[in-house]
Design a protein. Sequence first.
Lengths: 320, 283
Amino acid sequence: MRRWLGGDVAFKIGTGVFAALIVVIVAGIGVELWRQSMLSIQKFGLGFWVGDVWDPVSGEFGARAFIWGTLYSSVLALLLAAPISLGIAIFLSELCPARLRMPLTFLTELLAAIPSIVYGLWGVFVLVPVVRSLEQSMPAALRGLPLFSGPAVGVGMLAAVLILAIMVIPFASSVAREVLKAVPGSQREAAYALGATRWEAIRAALFYARTGIIGSLILGFGRALGETMAVTMVIGNNPQISPSLFAPGYTMSAVLANEFTEAADNLYLAALIEIGLVLFAITLMVNTASRLLIWSMNRPVRAPRAARIPAAPAPVGGAA
Amino acid sequence: MNHDAIRRWKSTIVVWLCGLSVLVALVPLAFILFFVVSQGVQALNWDFFTKLPAPVGEPGGGFANAIVGTLMLVGIGAAFAVPIGVISGVYIAEFPATKLATMARFAADTLNGVPSIVVGVFVYGIAVMPFQQFSAIAGGIALGIMMIPIVTRTTEELLKLVPPALREGALALGATRGWATMTVVLPAAAPGIITGVVLALARIAGETAPLLFTAFNNRFMSVSPTQPIASLTVQVYTYAISPYEDWHRQAWAGALVLVSLVLSCSLLARFATRRLERLQTGH
């Protein structure tokens, strides 16, 4: 009897408890952050979002400058990373000679494996000096534009955007590659049969995969929003709202990294935790949106490992 | 030039641009690896692994406490993340149509996308604030939370790849479902799951943000789970933003150790998966 009914039911419940635990953790993060930031939510209300004074001494907290910094740096990084990620995905899934595919895929994915702190270290000592000399050598006519105004100090938005773009590329390109792989070969064959050139056939595949590709880019955007260490080390940590690429900025994750352990009073701590809550909410929405888009491709594209180990006879065009 | 020639030119240009974008991505990779290796090798010596940090202003010293700390933090994290990840992965793979499985899969993907610094804030609230004390346990919990979704999804994917005949054989011999899964299906997928766990370990060993206000830092050797503890990543961060030349050198050495760790784990995993592929496809 035990091996029959008891065994099976116990197995389902026993493993189910652990699965439920993951759901509890995610819900717990939201509830806990909400609870801990109550003090700040009650005191500032919506003013927290629009205020741009961040003064712990006088107990005044407005997060607009941080929200601006996070969104501005992530959007610019995505603009830079999107065409490159797409190019990589197209090259690796459609154009690359079979012999080069594995090593090149491995190398681009290696970018994702390098710890954030190493990016930061490299950013501070290698990238920032390069950015500084780049900024200094910019012709005066261009320096007049609001995009390039301000002193050339090296640390600032431009350095952060560059480093974020490098970090986003492996994520966006690997998901976009899986999405492209899921496009039926008949799409390309049909295009070729109609006399299409290589690019025109690729464009047909891109069009077929458009929702999934947008999803992959949004996924990269979500990564950029939450990235902490590398950005903290190169963005300059100055809460100001400036469209200039040369101006130092500040992001939500960076202010958490820098000020959390220094928060002396409860209101200061609650304000910081509220920033964490907002960051959690934004990334939750962005990730859900990207996942829905990728899922709507109707293929298990989030399973790169599974795609590489064909269990049945390999489909045509698989990585055999 | 006629229309077709323009189309062919366009195609050629796009093909080259795509190849170029791969190069554009590999240039920073090469630069980062070059600087980490060339700067790191100069500072890496025996002291790095055996000595404690020297007092501020004095040259020398090492990262011994940070290496021990990282091992301990990763150990604590893995101790609870691996069982939770594997068992929840078993549930999702075994009962994929249930509501709970859908929710758990979604939660795991969500957790994977939660910024690591937010996990740090969360753990500060549940494991630091109540005790008024930064601790190795809190740091381990933060790393473990980061690790769970990776292990869960890897387990799920690999269990799905095990040939159904294996399970059917076990069931035909009279095993219960749970018994068949735990003693036949799971062991068949074990090499792949272990590979996934190794990759997850490498990833969380490189995390800094969730440790800043959970494990904090410690200039001394500590193995107490209830005390603040040093880690490679946080120490590299502290040294990198310090004004001392000698500390910058040591930060590069720390980065080299971190990168070699990640690189060797990735290569190992790559090698293991390829062998696994060969075993499964029978080549």
